[in-house]
Design a protein around this ligand. Structure first.
Ligand code: UT7
Length: 333
C-alpha cells in the first residue's frame, strides 16, 4: 500500500489589511471586543480587480508546486475546497486548472465542507493516492469572504471574524512506511446545518433569485456563535483523540497542532485540555481572521516557513465548522 507525503505547501493572502479599528469605523464594534472574544487583530480583504478564489488558489499552488520541485503538468488530480465559489457552477477547481495550466483531462473535484473543507479534501486526495489511482494530487483551500459579509452592525458577530486567503498542498505517493499522512478522520452532523450557513439564494425558491432575496438577511452568512463555540470545543478534542488513538499515540507524541483558525479562545482551550505547552499549537488568526477552508493550509505553510515543522515531526491538523462537519489528520512529516 502507498502513503501520501506532503511534498510542498504554499499560501497566498491578498495585500489589503483591514484592522479591527477599520471595522469599528463602519459598524458598532471595537478592537477591544474583537481581540478579547476572538484573538483577531486584522484580516485580509481581496482586490476585486485582481483576486479570485481560483487566482489565489493558483498562486498558493505555484508556491507549493515549486517547493515540491514539480510543475503543473505533474498534477494528476485537483481537489479544491471553497465555500465562496466564483460561479454557482461549475466548481472553482476547473477555473484554477485553466489558470495554472494544468493539462486538460486532469480531473478536478470541488469540496464544499466550509471550515472542514481542506481536511475533507486532504482525506479524499489521500484515498486516491493510497489506492494507487493517482501519484500527485493538488489540494487547495481558497476563500473570498469579504464580498459576502454583512458589514453593518446587523452582521457584526460574523463580519469581524472572516477574512480572505488561500493555501495549497501537494500530496505525492510514497512507499516509505510510517511517513506522510498516517490517518484522517471525517465526521458530519446535518442536524445543525442552519446554525452556520447562508440560506439564500436557494434552488428551493420558485424563482432562484429576486430583489427581495438580495435585500433579505438570509442572503448573508448567519452563525449561532455560542452554539458553534460549544460544539467546536467538544468535537475538536474528540476528533484529535480519535486520531491519536488510531495511531496508538498520546498528545505527548504531537510536535505541532494546527487547528482550524476559528477563534483563539477555542485553540487555547484545546491546547490546555491536551496539556500541550505554549508554542505547540500554531495560530495565525490574529493576522488573517477565519479563512475557513484556507485556514489550515495557510497555517501549515506559515509554520513550515518559520521552521516550526521539521522532517520526522508528528503534525496534527483538526477542523470544525458549518454542517456541522469536523475532521482530523495526523501527518509524519
Ligand atoms: O469557523 C467555523 C467555526 N466558528 C466558530 O467556531 C466560531 C464560534 N463562536 C465564536 O467564536 C463566538 O461565539 C463569537 C466570537 C462569534 C462571539 O463571541 P461570544 O463571546 O460568544 O459573544 P456573544 O455572541 O455571546 O455576544 C456577546 C455580546 C452580545 O451583546 P449582548 O446581547 O450581550 O448585549 C452581542 O450583541 O456581544 C455583542 N456582539 C458584539 N459586540 C461588539 C456580537 N458581535 C459583536 C461585535 N462587536 N462584533
Amino acid at each position: 500500500m502507498y502513503n501520501s507525503i506532503v511534498k510542498g505547501i504554499g499560501h497566498y493572502v491578498p495585500e489589503k489589511i483591514v484592522t479591527n479599528d477599520d471595522l469599528a469605523k463602519i459598524m458598532d464594534t471595537s478592537d477591544e471586543w474583537i481581540t478579547e472574544r476572538t484573538g483577531i487583530k486584522e484580516r485580509r480583504y481581496f482586490d476585486p480587480k485582481k483576486d479570485t478564489v481560483q487566482s489565489m488558489g493558483a498562486e498558493a499552488s505555484r508556491i507549493a508546486l515549486d517547493r515540491a520541485g514539480l510543475k503543473p503538468e505533474d498534477v494528476d488530480m485537483i481537489v479544491f475546497a471553497t465555500l465562496s465559489p466564483h460561479y454557482y457552477f461549475p466548481g472553482s477547481g476547473v477555473l484554477m486548472q485553466r489558470e495554472l495550466g494544468i493539462p486538460a483531462g486532469v480531473p478536478s473535484l470541488d469540496v464544499r465542507n466550509a471550515c472542514s473543507g481542506f481536511m475533507y479534501s486532504l482525506s479524499v486526495a489521500d484515498q486516491f493516492i493510497k489506492t494507487g489511482m493517482y501519484k500527485t494530487v493538488l489540494v487547495v483551500g481558497s476563500e473570498i469572504h469579504s464580498s459576502g459579509l454583512d458589514k453593518t452592525t446587523r452582521g457584526r458577530n460574523v463580519a469581524v471574524i472572516f477574512g480572505d486567503g488561500a493555501g495549497a498542498a501537494v500530496l505525492q505517493r510514497s512507499e516509505e512506511k510510517g511517513r506522510g499522512i498516517l490517518s484522517t478522520h471525517l465526521h458530519a452532523d446535518g442536524n445543525f446545518a442552519e446554525e452556520l450557513c447562508i440560506k439564500q439564494p436557494s434552488s428551493a425558491n420558485e424563482v432562484w433569485m429576486n430583489h427581495d432575496i438580495v435585500d433579505h438577511p438570509d442572503s448573508r452568512p448567519y452563525m449561532n456563535g455560542n452554539l458553534v463555540f460549544k460544539h467546536a470545543v467538544v468535537r475538536f478534542l474528540e476528533v484529535i483523540g480519535e486520531a491519536l488513538k488510531a495511531n496508538q499515540m498520546t498528545s505527548e507524541d504531537i510536535n505541532l497542532l494546527i487547528p482550524h483558525q476559528a477563534n483563539l479562545r477555542i485553540s487555547e482551550f484545546v491546547r490546555m485540555k491536551l496539556k500541550l505547552a505554549e508554542g505547540m499549537v500554531f495560530n495565525n488568526i490574529m493576522k488573517y481572521g477565519n479563512t475557513t477552508a484556507a485556514s489550515i493550509p495557510i497555517a501549515l505553510s506559515e509554520a513550515w516557513e518559520q521552521g516550526k515543522i521539521k522532517e520526522g515531526d508528528t503534525i496534527c491538523l483538526a477542523a470544525f465548522g458549518s454542517g456541522f462537519t469536523w475532521a482530523s489528520a495526523l501527518i509524519k512529516w
